[in-house]
Design a protein. Structure first.
Length: 395
């Protein structure tokens, strides 16, 4: 839109009129000057979005760590932004006030130093001991529940930079302490995150239970790949890590247990695994363990090779898997059975030569994993083979 002036002159006066004229092909006014500001606003919103999640996570971590540090096990923590809610049954009003105090004063690390991430909080009481006391003010004696093994099994796994928490723990206090210990282990790029799938049971933790769970976190978090477990009261650890760290992890894993008993403790280094598998692959690549046709009977011509394989296996770390493979001739089910029987035959031969039986497992794969084509006699011969590998901690 634009304006032009038209003048009409007469003898007595001059009349000026303004006439609105629409010019063709003229664009409407657009406030282009505001566009950079709008872009900056959008960029700011995108930058603040992940920061908000980090602030909420910091509040959760701080609250759980503060409660665990003071032995407060009655409260379950939930967070909305920087507002924390504690849910549970405080044993007394003094206990409630203490929980509120330590959560409010808790600090966590930020890019700018230590800060208090909790800005507001509340307590939701499920029940209070003071409300359930009889008239005389004395609490009835209640027998402590017997620990139930099914409520105390857990698995902590370490793989690809993620520390994963699975299983069931007896109460909220135990879960909070385990979560806090796991999150303290985050150290990118080796440990980037914690995946928490812990569930709550219904009871009190047995004496010494929490220290064993924290030992599981402490040991498995030092592994590049590994699994710490508590099953039916037995603590076990499978761990793979670089050379030089295994002695410290083994000392921590093997220390006296305050609860339960020991299961299998297997700690191996990457270098030892590579050396072992390289030696075995070299032996079984240069020659083959021969069997009678369509059977699991080992040919006597393979005795010398089995002696060498047994010597190499004794020097290997951890548990070894003996894998049997066939070509594609014959029904698939029959091939799996034949390959499994041959793997077990090799296992028995190695045990007879002094390799510890618990360190050997056998498995048959039939024709599922060929290394050559099955359309030629030479290819089928290569596919009929025995391989021996170290069982990895991540399996």
């Amino acid at each position: 839109m634009s304006y032009e002036t038209v003048e009409n002159e007469t003898a007595s006066r001059t009349v000026r009129a303004r006439r609105l004229v629409r010019r063709e092909n003229h664009l409407p006014f657009v406030p282009y000057g505001l566009l950079p500001g709008a872009g900056l606003l959008l960029a700011l919103l995108f930058a603040l979005w992940p920061f908000a999640g980090a602030v909420q996570q910091a509040a959760l971590n701080s609250a759980e760590a503060s409660l665990a540090a003071h032995g407060i096990d009655w409260a379950e923590v939930s967070v909305d932004g920087q507002c924390v809610t504690l849910t549970g049954a405080p044993p007394s009003q003094e206990a409630r006030r203490l929980a509120e105090k330590v959560v409010r004063e808790g600090k966590s690390a930020t890019p700018f130093g230590l800060a208090r991430p909790v800005r507001c909080m509340s307590v939701r009481e499920i029940a209070s001991v003071a409300d359930t006391l009889p008239a005389d003010g004395t609490a009835p004696e209640a027998p402590a529940p017997e620990p139930d093994a099914s409520l105390s099994d857990w698995t902590f796994g370490m793989s690809h930079g993620v520390l994963k928490l699975d299983g069931t723990v007896p109460d909220a206090g135990t879960r909070n302490a385990i979560r806090a210990a796991a999150r303290e282990r985050i150290d990118p790029p080796r440990i980037t995150s914690v995946e928490d799938n812990l569930k709550l049971g219904d009871g009190r933790p047995p004496q010494g239970y929490l220290p064993v769970a924290l030992r599981g976190i402490a040991t498995v978090s030092q592994c590049d790949a590994g699994t710490a477990r508590l099953r039916a009261g037995a603590f076990s650890l499978q761990c793979e890590l670089p050379a030089g760290r295994e002695a410290a992890v083994r000392a921590e894993a093997d220390a006296d247990l305050p609860y339960g008993k020991f299961g299998a403790i297997s700690i191996v280094t990457h270098e030892a695994v590579e050396t072992c598998e390289g030696n075995l692959a070299g032996l079984l690549g240069d020659a083959r363990i021969e069997f009678d046709s369509a059977s699991a009977v080992i040919s006597v011509s393979s005795n010398a090779l089995l002696d060498q394989v047994a010597a190499a296996a004794k020097a290997c770390p951890g548990t070894l898997r003996i894998e049997g493979h066939t070509d594609s001739t014959g029904p698939p089910d029959a091939n799996v059975t034949l390959s499994s029987n041959r793997a077990y035959a090799v296992r028995n031969a190695l045990v007879a030569r002094g390799v510890e039986a618990p360190r050997l497992i056998a498995e048959g794969f039939g024709a599922e994993r060929p290394i050559a084509v099955n359309t030629t006699p030479a290819g089928r011969a290569r596919n009929r083979r025995i391989e021996i590998r170290v069982v990895r901690a991540s399996e």
